[in-house]
Design a protein around this ligand. Structure first.
Ligand SMILES: NC(=O)c1ccc[n+]([C@@H]2O[C@H](COP(=O)([O-])OP(=O)(O)OC[C@H]3O[C@@H](n4cnc5c(N)ncnc54)[C@H](O)[C@@H]3O)[C@@H](O)[C@H]2O)c1
Ligand SMILES: [Zn+2]
Ligand SMILES: [Zn+2]
Length: 382
């Protein structure tokens, strides 16, 4: 089969790989019909993620058609059109029983913090991902769900990460009616977080980024007020000014470890690799929220960070909530919202790239060329 493979930082290509096989009675093999490239894939592409092995196939956002099922699979049958959450999870451990699917204890022998994620290096379990014609789906009775007939492929693929993660970012903010919500990052996750904040009763939604075309999308898709941080000496002062010098009730970090906006942090993280990334967006969140407020962190961070303003967070009495999204937990409510017309996830899709040209997709998305927001991956015949 054809599959995207990692060759080293900033190098990916499409190779011929062995077809995945059923390895356990509860596995399924899915023929992928749509995949997507995520901001999280860029951390792998940039060589920021430990134990990303040459030949690994990325792709934690994919939908497809069940090709084959193991002998114990009861909920799926060949021919079913399914969406697969980015989390690999068992459904029955201590953590899964509490809905913490992204923290499953049974799927990742390499780490105790994160669970399993498709196509996300051996740090996240070493599962080959869905930027390939076929993918092995473990715990097939647990993760995937049949896609309702009314849901298009381009909308369904966004249910596997970006949409639920944005919604989860807003949920973690514990938004109360009338709250002022600031979202750092106008990528797919930030855009969905901003849009979701309204669904949860926000009174004001502000999005901060430095890419003007993405801020435009934040205005038209997420109905947000926008600020370009490159236009201010200190964006935190501006956030304070616009909130009557109190600060926002809730701030969502939808940027993560590869934040721009601070040269020293850029040198010590991306260039010298002295820390796992730059905590600029997280620090802006801590500084922009009011005392007693909530910081929701869905932007991804690697293991080690210095210069995080933890003392300020402590002395301001902040609540900091964070996780990888437990995707399947968000599906019932999000399906209702989409079916009822409250939002159309594929409104943020800008590019659809055939698998054979996926290296171009990574390049365009990494350098934010051609006004890219969300690139999807297409396969022969669709
Ligand atoms: N928690 C989860 O389950 C989960 C799931 C998916 C993605 N993520 C993470 O969420 C983050 C966003 O993902 P995405 O797909 O939207 O990525 P993306 O790369 O498309 O978007 C990131 C945006 O942040 C902006 N940005 C950079 N520095 C900034 C700063 N200091 N302040 C404000 N904006 C800044 C960039 O210009 C860009 O528009 C990534 O870190 C990704 O790994 C987490
Ligand atoms: Zn993703
Ligand atoms: Zn589990």
């Amino acid at each position: 089969m054809r599959a995207m493979t990692y060759r080293g930082p900033y190098k990916v290509r499409v190779d011929e790989k062995d077809m995945p096989a059923i390895e356990h009675p509860n596995d399924a093999i899915v023929r992928v019909t749509r995949a997507a490239i995520c901001g999280s894939d860029l951390h792998l592409y940039h060589g920021m993620m430990p134990d990303t092995r040459i030949g690994h196939t990325f792709g934690h956002e994919f939908i497809g058609v069940v090709e084959e099922v193991g002998s114990s699979v009861q909920n799926l049958a060949p021919g079913d059109r399914v969406m697969v959450p980015f989390n690999v999870f068992c459904g029955s451990c201590y953590f899964c029983a509490r809905g913490l699917f992204s923290n499953c204890h049974n799927v990742n022998p390499n780490a105790t913090a994160v669970g399993g994620i498709y196509g996300y290096s051996h740090t996240c379990g070493g599962y080959d991902g869905g930027q390939a014609e076929y993918v092995r789906v473990p715990f097939a009775d647990v993760g995937p769900s049949r896609i309702p007939e009314w849901l298009d492929d381009d909308d369904a693929v966004l249910f596997t990460d970006a949409l639920p993660t944005g919604y989860f970012g807003a949920q973690l903010g514990d938004i109360e009616e009338g709250d002022v919500v600031v979202v750092f990052g106008a990528g797919p996750v930030g855009l969905f977080a901003a849009r979701s904040a309204w669904l949860m009763g926000a009174g004001r939604v502000i999005v901060v980024d430095h890419l003007e075309y993405r801020l435009e999308k934040a205005r038209t898709f997420a109905f947000a007020e926008t600020y370009n941080f490159a236009e201010y000496d200190d964006i935190v002062v501006e956030m304070k000014r616009t909130t009557g010098y109190l600060g926002a009730d809730v701030v969502i970090d939808a940027v993560g470890a590869e934040a721009d906006g601070n040269f020293t942090q850029h040198v010590t993280s991306a260039m010298l690799k002295l820390q796992g990334g730059s905590p600029v967006a997280l620090n802006w969140a801590i500084d922009s929220v009011r005392k007693g407020g909530t910081v929701s962190v869905v932007g991804a961070y690697g293991p080690l960070f210095s210069a995080v303003k933890f003392g300020d967070a402590m002395n301001k009495g902040l609540t900091i909530r964070t996780n990888q999204c437990p995707v399947k937990r968000q599906w019932p409510r999000l399906l209702e919202h989409v079916q009822n017309g409250y939002l159309k996830p594929s409104d943020i899709v800008t590019h659809t790239i055939p698998l054979e040209h996926i290296a171009d997709g990574y390049h365009i998305f990494s350098y934010k060329l051609d006004e890219v927001i969300k690139p999807l991956v297409s396969f022969d015949g669709g």
